[in-house]
Design a protein around this ligand. Structure first.
Ligand code: C2E
Ligand code: CA
Ligand code: CA
Length: 456
């Protein structure tokens, strides 16, 4: 019978060799040990190839533990994780500490997706029990990515890259998720890389554009400002939605250059609008993790010469909550400079209302999902009503998104919602068309607004 391999080396290996293949903290093997084991397994099976699986387990929320309780608490947890994994992996399997809070597994007898998922559930269970830190217990969950040989990669590097990709998918879906690398994922990756290349070129060629959607007062339908929305049409890929390319730019680490181009273009367009109209610009979640964001935004706006008091930045609650401290710093710096902050897609995130009250916002945008269901679903209507009441109690302005018809507009007016945005008032339009839209509503001579009920 084979025995579970914990990455320990036979005693006759030289100390140096042992040192190079062992993780000093946990005593497990390290990534070189895993590579070695994997190579052996492939060699053993050369004449009779059968699939096998590699997996990566990554602790969720490990960094805050280190920050909160100190690195020695973090070390204790890593050792306990190592101990648990060692104790529960099947015979013949190997577990190593791959790097940081990531552990990797080699599972020679896991041949297909279903058993990889089962293995993931078992390991997840084992890792979810409380960790003993002496004075206190903490609970952590773990996310998993699995890749099956040879389909997900023939060599060590490729297999681990596939497992990392699967893990990344898990992380994006939240905590405690399990993903097995699939053909579909491989195709999506290929397409994502295509989009990435094209988008990087489009940024350099200044081909990414901004459109503007009006935000109106629900008291008298006058236009108060516009939300800038990114638009990109590639000659080969066609129209690509910002809901696709913005997250991609975040993932691949060039959201800053994309956002800078967009903000510059949006601010330049806003310069030719009447001065009382605001420009609302979306910040991506990754930008709220970067302490340099406030400085960068202020620099771009100052270069264009737009009055900072005309700028609003839309952020989502999920983005605020992923690193509340940094987000708070960025928000405070921007507000100190006169920029207003809107909380976008309100009602869709998972944060608690009390946590949200810790932050200083100026506006809350009710998510389109509630507005579109409001007339047919009384729960949605009650939610909208409650958000309006709560926001007014906190002296926040409320904007309803996604108003598509007159009946919805009427209902929201009745509920006392301050501002509205949606196809009923105007679809996102290019800068030129936006100027026409504005001039239809303003008397060019004296700047007085011709307050019209719109929807055309
Ligand atoms: P969002 O910030 O929630 O933007 C509102 C989305 O709803 C826009 O989609 C807009 O076109 C759409 N919309 C507006 N009114 C209506 C309506 O009445 N009915 C319906 N069905 N839809 C309506 P879009 O332009 O496709 O943008 C999608 C998302 O991409 C945005 O959601 C935002 O999260 C992101 N995004 C767009 N532009 C930027 C940008 O410049 N920077 C960043 N960071 N994110 C952006
Ligand atoms: Ca928005
Ligand atoms: Ca929104």
């Amino acid at each position: 019978m084979t025995v579970a391999d914990t990455g320990d080396l036979p005693a006759n290996q030289s100390d140096l060799h042992r040192f190079a293949f062992t993780d000093a903290l946990t005593g497990l093997g390290n990534k070189y040990r895993l590579r070695e084991k994997l190579r052996q397994l492939i060699m053993e099976r050369a004449s009779d190839p059968a699939p096998f699986t590699v997996g990566i387990a990554n602790l969720d929320g490990f960094k805050p533990i280190n920050d909160l309780f100190g690195p020695s608490a973090g070390d204790q947890i890593l050792c306990q994780v190592a101990h648990r994994l060692k104790a529960c992996i099947p015979d013949g399997a190997t577990v190593v500490r791959y790097e940081g809070d990531e552990f990797a597994l080699l599972l020679p007898l896991v041949f297909e997706r279903r058993s990889a998922e089962k293995m993931g559930s078992m390991l997840k269970e084992v890792l979810s029990a409380p960790y003993d830190l002496g004075e206190r217990n903490v609970r952590l969950s773990a996310s998993f990515g699995f890749a099956i040989h040879p389909f997900a990669g023939a060599e060590f590097e490729d297999l681990l890259k596939s497992a990392e990709t699967a893990l990344y998918r898990s992380k994006r879906r939240g905590r405690g998720q399990i993903t097995v690398y699939s053909t579909e994922m491989a195709e999506q990756m290929k397409r994502a890389t295509q989009i990435e290349q094209a988008l990087r070129n489009a940024i350099i060629a200044d081909d990414v554009d901004v459109h503007f959607q009006p935000i109106v007062s629900l008291k008298d339908d006058s236009v108060l400002g516009f939300e800038a929305l990114a638009r990109w049409q590639d000659k080969d890929l066609g129209f690509v939605s910002p809901a696709v390319f913005v997250p991609l730019a975040e993932e691949r680490g060039f959201i800053d250059s994309l956002s800078e181009t967009l903000l510059r273009k949006a601010a330049e367009a806003a310069l030719s609008w009447p001065k009382e109209l605001f420009l609302s610009f979306n910040l991506s979640s990754a930008q709220l993790l970067d302490p340099a964001t406030a400085f960068n935004i202020l620099a771009v706006i100052n270069r264009t010469g737009l009055d900072l008091r005309r700028l609003e930045l839309e952020i989502t609650e999920t983005a605020v909550m992923s690193d509340p401290e940094t987000a708070d710093k960025i928000i405070s710096e921007l507000r100190a400079a006169g920029v207003r902050i809107s909380l976008d897609d309100f009602g869709t995130g998972q944060s608690s209302l009390s946590r949200l009250c810790d932050f200083r916002f100026d506006k809350v945008k009710i998510d389109r999902a509630f507005v579109s269901r409001m007339l047919t679903d009384s729960a949605s209507e009650h939610i909208v009503k409650a958000i309006v009441t709560m926001c007014h109690g906190l002296e926040l302005t409320v904007v309803a998104e996604g108003i598509e018809d007159f009946a919805e507009a009427l209902k929201l007016k009745g509920l006392g919602c301050d501002m509205g945005q949606g196809y009923f008032y105007g679809k996102p339009a290019p800068a030129r068309a936006t100027l026409d839209y504005i001039s239809q509503r303003y008397d060019g001579e004296d700047g007085v607004e011709r307050r019209r009920v719109s929807g055309d």
